[in-house]
Design a binder for this molecule. Structure first.
Ligand code: ADP
Ligand code: MG
Length: 247
């Protein structure tokens, strides 16, 4: 004879926290609705799974450092006519391109919504199960340079490889002197064909020799980035400016 009183203890020991907190309530429902044993267990196990998925998404959102509130719901496609809503929605709603380690490049002048779009896509990809990390490129380059000085560059790059998608915001703000040690190139080379990058830039490719120490490295970086990539060019007027002239 099994003692029902031990059930919560067993669930707790097994770290089934949602089953632990809900088994009683669900068992009442099961009695009322005359579920069979398998049905009861299925419902309870499903609750456990759902709450684990939710917690995982919350954890991934927290670690992502994505700008708050910059989501697809707050992006007005009517105001950004050069942005193809269907294309953005497709990129945000499928993990296919992430699984294929493709990249997404978003170009355009300042204030047109590059950062907003990159983070909106990032938010949605997290909901779909991806791990995403958002960072201003200059911040990351500085960290990687420090890591190189500490002989920990490989470690740092490997840590970034935990993320399916790394968003490098404003790559154009990196200046040659910052990138002297070419850590940015090493990052791009390491993620090539294994992990996705989303890059925003207000500098077109032809000006990327200002980012990398030399032309050859700029070409090599661009080659790797565009080999498997979607390129989006935003040509609208600055949303910021439009807003300020409306007020
Ligand atoms: P960029 O990165 O291209 O310089 P941002 O993404 O920072 O531009 O956009 C500038 C500001 O305008 C942000 O506050 C952003 O949320 C807002 N914005 C830009 N485009 C849109 C849009 N189509 N709908 C809603 N907000 C927008
Ligand atoms: Mg920006």
């Amino acid at each position: 004879m099994h003692n029902q009183a031990t059930l919560p203890l067993l669930l707790k020991q097994l770290h089934l926290s949602s089953m632990y907190s809900q088994w009683e309530e669900v068992s009442l429902q099961a009695q009322q609705e005359k579920w069979d044993y398998a049905e009861y267990l299925t419902v309870l196990a499903n609750r456990e799974l759902t709450s684990r998925q939710q917690k995982r998404i919350e954890r991934h959102l927290k670690e992502s450092a994505l700008p708050f509130g910059k989501t697809l719901d707050t992006f007005d496609f009517e105001a950004s006519k050069s942005v193809n809503a269907a294309q953005i929605t497709a990129l945000a709603n499928t993990l296919d391109w992430v699984q294929q380690a493709s990249n997404l490049m978003i170009f355009g002048p300042s204030g047109v919504g590059k950062t907003h779009l990159a983070s909106a896509i990032g938010h949605r990809l997290i909901e779909k199960g991806a791990r995403v990390f958002f960072t201003p490129t200059t911040t990351l380059v500085q960290k990687l340079q420090q890591a190189r000085r500490d002989y920990k560059l490989t470690d740092s790059l490997n840590k970034l490889a935990r993320f399916n998608v790394l968003i490098l915001d404003d790559i154009g703000y990196v200046k040659k002197d910052e990138a002297e040690t070419s850590v940015l190139f090493e990052l791009i080379a390491q993620r090539y064909e294994s992990h996705s990058l989303i890059i925003t830039s207000n500098q077109p490719f032809k000006e990327w020799d200002q980012i990398f120490p030399d032309n050859i490295m700029a070409v090599a970086a661009i080659d790797r980035l565009v080999h498997h990539s979607t390129i989006i060019n935003i040509t609208d007027d600055s949303y910021r400016r439009k807003q300020s002239t409306q007020n």
